[in-house]
Write a protein that binds this ligand. Structure first.
Ligand code: FA5
Length: 343
């Protein structure tokens, strides 16, 4: 009776192992035969104690042999299935690849910004980030532009409702006094970033645009240093033959102040429609930092001097890529944006 039962377990289990397709199937069979509570062979082994004498010895030996045989068969099946699974994972190099997902591109402003950050940091300027929501103090007051100053007219901006002292910065110059207070002198820094003005927009003016500010303060810093840095930037951007022209311009936070132009990259200075026959294109404002700005930055103008310049990054991108309408930059127009890959 017991022998027949063992034979039945053997046949049934070996057939199930042969039919198993996955490691989970093997585990189920193992559980069914060897499970501690209701395993078929476990139960049979428990029943041995009720058999007596010689028969018990004989059946016991047979049961133990069956146990070894089935455990071995389960283990072999487990190994064979794992090998089969591994073989199915082999990478087929002849298989055609999936189509590549379209990758994004960098915004033209980002490209210009990264390029200038590279060249300026190689000259020793550190790159600073500043708040776009700025205080009236850092954007105007500390830059020698008090509340009633007419220069505020040309830089009207967006104010936080109910807080006339908080505004969206109109230029990256707002970081000059912040940086002087934080780092003292000597200091060399550039600040790229978004600026805002309450402007009627047209092909050359946006309410949101980008500038890059640069400044250097220390002992014996002169206008010659400013000219050298600006010339290096212009030649880097538009080629070694590029010349710069500096002409007086009033900015309340520099003295003297200049309007910076480069030889037109399209006509090389001979005069064309883009440069309105002047041969030059305006790309920055600059000058020697005003004494009252140095004082606002907790520095003594008797001991240190410095220069500052502000580039219109958006304007630079327009010139570099021949973009004739500034409104495209903020348009999120995919056919415009997807034209830019790398500088
Ligand atoms: C300034 O903003 C000064 N902070 C620059 C400066 C820095 C002078 C340090 C001296 C020392 P201005 O308002 O001229 O200057 O603007 C500088 C550049 O920002 C312009 O040449 C132009 O390229 C860009 N810009 C100004 N307003 C707009 C606008 N609405 N849309 C696009 N670009 C603008």
């Amino acid at each position: 009776m017991m022998k027949q039962k063992l034979d039945h377990i053997r046949k049934e289990t070996l057939a199930a192992i042969a039919a198993a397709k996955t490691a989970q199937d093997i585990e189920k069979i193992e559980q069914k035969v060897f499970g501690r509570k209701n395993g078929t062979l476990t139960e049979s082994l428990k029943m041995l104690k009720d058999i007596s004498g010689e028969v018990r010895k004989e059946v016991g030996q047979k049961a133990n042999e069956l146990k070894d045989e089935l455990q071995k068969a389960l283990e072999n099946a487990r190994v064979a299935l794992a090998e089969k699974e591994e073989a199915s994972l082999v990478f087929d190099i002849s298989e055609p690849s999936l189509p590549r997902a379209a990758s994004g591109t960098l915004h033209p402003i980002t490209l210009i910004q990264q390029d200038l950050e590279d060249v300026l940091s190689s000259m020793g300027f550190m790159i600073l980030d500043g708040p776009e929501l700025e205080s009236d103090f850092y954007n105007f007051e500390a830059l020698n532009i008090p509340t009633t100053h007419p220069a505020r007219d040309s830089q009207d901006t967006f104010y936080v409702k109910g807080h006339s002292t908080w505004l969206m910065r109109t230029h990256t110059s707002s970081m000059q006094v912040r940086a002087l207070r934080e780092y003292g002198a000597p200091v060399m820094a550039v600040v790229p970033g978004r600026c805002f003005r309450n402007e009627a927009t047209d092909a050359r003016h946006e309410h949101t645009f980008f500038q890059l500010e640069g400044f250097m303060v220390g002992e014996n810093i002169t206008f010659c240093h400013l000219k050298g840095v600006l010339e290096a930037i212009a030649k880097h951007l538009y080629g070694p033959d590029t010349r710069i022209r500096l002409r007086p311009k009033y900015y309340p936070f520099v003295e003297p102040g200049v309007n910076g132009e480069v030889t037109c990259m399209f006509c090389k200075g001979s005069g064309c429609r883009l440069c309105k026959q002047t041969g030059y294109l305006e790309i920055f404002g600059a000058g020697m930092i005003h004494n009252s700005v140095l004082r606002a930055g907790n520095l003594d103008p008797e001991k240190v001097q410095g220069f500052a310049f502000g580039l219109g990054l958006t304007r630079l991108a327009m010139l570099k890529y021949g973009i004739d309408d500034i409104r495209l930059f903020e348009s999120q127009d995919f056919s415009f944006l997807s034209q830019f890959t790398s500088i």
